[in-house]
Design a protein around this ligand. Structure first.
Ligand code: GLU
Length: 308
């Protein structure tokens, strides 16, 4: 509580949202450092949220490695696992800091109820329909990935199941894929604080996207919006590979009757072949660079070091 303190408390709330599916690399280092600096310059709060919904690929050891690598870079956060700690006092304080703040839990794997509530709200609004298409059907429909397609981006859904109306009587998403019906032809526009005005057309740049998967988990889009809203995030700083996801998420905010945060997308770091960094670029992981003797400053400022 601020009490009678004269210090002004900033409303800014940013977040770090790593996925513990591998070691963080140079691209993450820059994006997360930017998130840290923007929260700091605004005198705001930075939240750590671990995006560990992909149970097949997530490892707690990668989450631990992420906390450690980010601390080594000098990044500090005020909410979430290990909040507010320096490297030296970490063990002591970790015990005191079990929940890490008022908006926990901060691991997505523990926030199922939040996502289910969002699914219900979207259902009630008539935004969702069940989809029976398998991954194979979709690959077949999409054909070969076209040049310039974002590696990990969801292909535009051909609309096969769209004719089915959302089943009002269904009370939970169990064992079913659920898609959000996008307003075809509508341009979703937003101002990016780093990259300027952005515009994506629903049904062209992206299609009806998954909000719930038959394996029982929400999609990244739904979990991210539900969490950013519940955690009162005022600005999202992340990589430019997620620009199109931002357009989808703006539709989710609208459907859920929530106010979207501000956006700041960081340019992607590419390797010497012009490919964006992925977790397979082990040589450019923060760990590997650290082991090669680079200082945090060098990691943050360096050109992409040589590929093997
Ligand atoms: N967890 C995502 C990633 O590591 C980031 C999601 C986000 O910042 O919205 O790529």
């Amino acid at each position: 509580m601020a009490g009678s303190s004269a210090i002004e408390i900033s409303e800014y709330r940013g977040r770090l949202a790593p996925s513990p599916t591998g070691y963080l690399h140079l691209g993450h280092a820059r994006t997360f450092y930017t998130a840290y600096m923007r929260a700091r310059q605004a005198g705001g709060t930075l939240v750590m949220r671990m995006e560990d919904l992909d149970t097949a690929r997530s490892r707690s050891s990668y989450a631990e490695a992420a906390y450690e690598d980010l601390r080594w870079l000098g990044i500090r956060w005020q909410e979430g696992p290990g909040a507010g700690l320096g490297r030296s006092d970490r063990d002591k304080a970790d015990k005191k800091n079990k929940d890490g703040g008022p908006h926990g839990p901060y691991l997505q794997s523990k926030r199922g109820a939040v996502y289910l509530a969002a699914w219900h709200k979207l259902m009630r609004g008539g935004f969702l329909y069940p989809c029976k298409c398998s991954r194979k059907d979709l690959e077949h429909a999409a054909g070969a990935p076209h040049e310039g397609a974002e590696q990990d981006d969801e292909p535009v859904y051909p609309g096969t199941c769209r004719v089915q109306p959302a089943a009002e009587k269904i009370k939970n998403p169990e064992s079913m894929n659920w898609r959000f019906r996008v307003p075809d032809g509508e341009a979703i526009e937003f101002e990016d604080a780093n990259l300027g005005p952005q515009r994506f057309v629903a049904g062209v740049d992206f299609g009806d996207f998954l909000v719930w998967r038959r394996d029982g988990f929400p999609s990244y889009q739904l979990a991210c919006v539900a969490d950013d809203a519940a955690m009162r995030i005022t600005e999202v700083v992340r990589g430019a590979d997620l620009l199109k996801s931002t357009a989808r998420q703006i539709l989710l905010y609208r459907a859920l009757g929530l106010r979207p945060p501000k956006w700041y997308h960081c340019r992607l770091v590419v390797d010497h072949n012009g490919q964006r960094l992925a977790k397979r670029h082990d040589a450019l992981s923060i760990r590997a660079l650290r082991q090669r003797g680079l200082t945090p400053l060098k990691v943050l400022a360096a050109d992409v070091p040589m590929e093997r």
